[in-house]
Design a binder for this molecule. Structure first.
Ligand SMILES: NC(=O)c1ccc[n+]([C@@H]2O[C@H](COP(=O)([O-])OP(=O)(O)OC[C@H]3O[C@@H](n4cnc5c(N)ncnc54)[C@H](OP(=O)(O)O)[C@@H]3O)[C@@H](O)[C@H]2O)c1
Length: 359
């Protein structure tokens, strides 16, 4: 049996990674979960079990999952001595997906989780003489405000950061390469969106939050470029690619888990407004926006989203594409049908409700 520690299993990507790993009968998953999220992890484990049952002859998933109640910010994850040494002696491999994602948190808050969490994971690996691989989930947003193209083998491009989240993920990568001398897989994913087949997602973030904000008519004007493009990737597809590479014989490296195409954000927002029946704010140039009068509350609400809609960064994924191709996997393009499935799911769960037409 191979024992795999997963952090962030109650989150979107972590739970999809667990779905992939649970398909292997010779894997036992050890999930590190915060006390406040023990209810959430029960749902995750139940859904792993249900998926498993659909596959004939797959040995019960539940019997291959153990939950540890801990917090990545704390030394030894806050586990009791006995529990920590049990974990240290068990684990063969680590997927570290837990992170604080919010764009409007203080640097201290995100550093504690995103950098401090990595420090505790590295300490854990050093305490163990068994862990052979670390798979760390990063983000293409380590590129910050740079307008250059981020390649898998680059990190320092003279960037400054649009928010504390980006900075903390950059610092975490720096820390990992210093402390493990490149001996870990780093998976930089682009923006994670709903699952490919049904658009479902657990935590609505970033692009979703922007759509909801606009649907509520909080602002009449918004500073952004109509040409802004972003790379979005279905979260389950990202997890498949990550696990496939992680399980391959490839040397530890940095990978870009991104879609082969980008989406124009202005068009996406326009389609969302049409689908749900609301009016987007009028898009104006960022340079014109500075002189516009909007209330300080409005400014505070929209501020975290502003850099996102004037973004000029680009990523290349030549190395990752080659590796995935060799492994027989291609990340699908994201098209209009997929984006509609995202809207349908948001409507279904009431994240944004479609307005009924009177006619
Ligand atoms: N979302 C994106 O668009 C995106 C894009 C690029 C990269 N990424 C990266 O992908 C990874 C997963 O993101 P996601 O979208 O799946 O995030 P998510 O849905 O917000 O999940 C975050 C996970 O981290 C856990 N966590 C947070 N703080 C923790 C702590 N102190 N101790 C233990 N667990 C903690 C959360 O647990 P609780 O349930 O207790 O909150 C949750 O399971 C992150 O590393 C993120 O930086 C995300």
């Amino acid at each position: 049996m191979k024992y795999i520690l997963v952090t962030g299993s109650t989150g979107d990507l972590g739970s999809c990674i667990c779905e992939q790993l649970a398909l292997r009968e010779d894997y036992h998953l050890l999930l590190l979960v915060r006390a406040q999220s023990l209810n959430k992890v029960r749902f995750v484990v139940d859904s792993l079990e249900m998926r498993g049952r659909k596959i004939d002859s797959l040995r019960s998933v539940k019997s291959r999952v153990t939950v540890f109640c801990g917090d990545i910010r704390r030394e030894n994850f806050g586990l009791k001595v006995g529990e920590y040494s049990r974990l240290v002696n068990l684990v063969d491999e680590v997927y570290h997906a837990a992170a604080e994602i919010g764009f409007n948190l203080t640097l201290e808050e995100v550093r504690n989780t995103n950098v401090g969490g990595c420090e505790n994971i590295v300490a854990f690996i050093k305490d163990s003489n068994k862990v052979s691989k670390l798979h760390y989930i990063s983000t293409t947003f380590v590129l910050g405000d740079s307008e250059k193209t981020l390649a898998e083998n680059s990190l320092d491009l003279g960037q400054r950061f649009n928010n504390s989240y980006e900075r903390s993920k950059y610092e975490a990568e720096k820390y990992l390469s210093r402390s493990l001398s490149g001996d870990a897989n780093i998976f930089r994913t682009s923006i994670l969106t709903g699952k490919f087949e049904d658009g479902s997602i657990k935590n609505f973030k970033l692009l979703y939050e922007a759509m909801r904000l606009f649907s509520r008519g909080v602002v009449e004007i918004f500073p952004g470029s109509k040409r802004v493009r972003h790379n979005i990737i279905p979260v389950d597809i990202a997890a498949m690619a990550i696990v496939l590479i992680a399980e391959s014989k490839c040397e530890p490296s940095t990978y870009h888990i991104i879609s082969p195409n980008t989406v124009n954000c202005y068009d996406l927002l326009k389609n969302a407004a049409k689908y749900f029946g609301y009016c987007n704010p009028r898009w104006i140039k960022p340079s014109e926006f500075k002189s516009r009068r909007i209330s300080s509350i409005q400014r505070r609400i929209i501020e975290p989203f502003v850099p996102f809609f004037s973004y000029k960064g680009r990523y290349s994924a030549d190395y990752t594409e080659k590796i995935l191709k060799d492994l027989g996997f291609a990340i699908p393009k994201v098209g209009v049908d997929y984006v509609n499935r995202l809207f349908q799911y948001m409507n279904k769960v009431g994240y944004i409700k479609k307005k009924h037409s009177l006619s």
